[in-house]
Design a protein around this ligand. Sequence first.
Ligand SMILES: CC(C)(COP(=O)(O)OP(=O)(O)OC[C@H]1O[C@@H](n2cnc3c(N)ncnc32)[C@H](O)[C@@H]1OP(=O)(O)O)[C@@H](O)C(=O)NCCC(=O)NCCS
Length: 360
Amino acid sequence: MTFPDGVTTRPLTIPRTMDAADAGEFAESTRVRNEIYREITGSDHDALSPDELLPHYQPSPEEIRHSWIVLDDDRIIGRIGVDVPFEEGSRSAFWLIELLSAHHGRGIGSAAYALVEQTARDQGRTVLQSWAQHPDAPGRRLSAPTGFGSIPEDHAARFYLRHGYTLEQIERESALDLQASVDDVARLLHEAEAAATGYRVVQWTAPTPPERVDGYAWMKSRMSTDTPAGALEFDEEVWDAARVARHDRKTLDGGRTMLVTAAQHIASGDLVAFNELTIGSDRTAVSHQEDTLVLAEHRGHRLGLLVKCAGLRTWRAEVAPLSPRMITYNAEENRPMLDINEAIGFAPLAYNGAWKKVLS
Ligand SMILES: CC(C)(COP(=O)(O)OP(=O)(O)OC[C@H]1O[C@@H](n2cnc3c(N)ncnc32)[C@H](O)[C@@H]1OP(=O)(O)O)[C@@H](O)C(=O)NCCC(=O)NCCS
């Protein structure tokens, strides 16, 4: 598979910092990335500044990130990425192809995909997984095998299908109006505190305080094993203090703030549930809710509601009072988590498909 005339690809130059002499290409590729997300979603929710994105591309012992830019003559029109995790025994590779819409349907995506698959094979990876947003549209739909959710059979869906992928899971993107929800959050926090006897809330902003590192590391590792994944394949992640420090650096080096709200089991002192909220250096922009997890053996005490509401209260009161909205992503079959989010006031914005192909 070859690219159309005038279209080329080359590895993305990763500068050490955005002040470096060679940072221009990374800045332009980030601008194009944000433009592509704006075209798909009609909003800037997924926009990141080059400073915020760059820490995620620095060399890491956890994975290798292969990244290319796609050029039409000398203009960047898209990006290609293949992430190869280094967890022991991993069979996986995760990939993306992002092209400006003016260049869809020229065979560029298919040529880029050949590079993706070749890279995965070269790295000995056979389970390829990828996500895309599928904005609602009339016409034929595809249902997830989980039994929860469907997406339109749109351009991106047809692209995956043609390249041998199956839809495995639907992910819901939801938004919460941070101002309108203040009273509901206060009421639900009160309810959760009443139910969660034997637990107390502890909070910190990144970097993780030394006394919280072990507990946080254990909970982060459970995120890779204890969340609904349908037939997607995720490696069990090993988290130690060094990995927590690298995770913190990605947030801090990008100028972002992360508030972690955890529930501590008072009798044992263990951290057993947590929630992460983040925002970039512009605290009037949208916020994101990232990981939330209650360890399996502590479910049933309203700890999910507790850490989410305690986090949101602090967020609004102390961290980002002017941020208008909180965005979050959940598996469409994750009813316990969606019940909590819906009670708080999160409403669906869009749906993503999770796609998988196993190479022979
Ligand atoms: C999904 C995506 C990567 C596909 O890339 P693309 O370049 O449009 O895909 P191709 O051109 O290779 O194939 C798309 C269509 O063009 C047709 N096509 C392929 N080669 C062609 C050529 N040389 N000339 C004209 N049409 C061609 C294909 O048959 C296909 O038709 P269909 O949609 O009716 O099935 C691209 O649309 C995109 O970047 N979308 C936004 C981001 C996204 O959702 N990415 C998903 C992966 S992370």
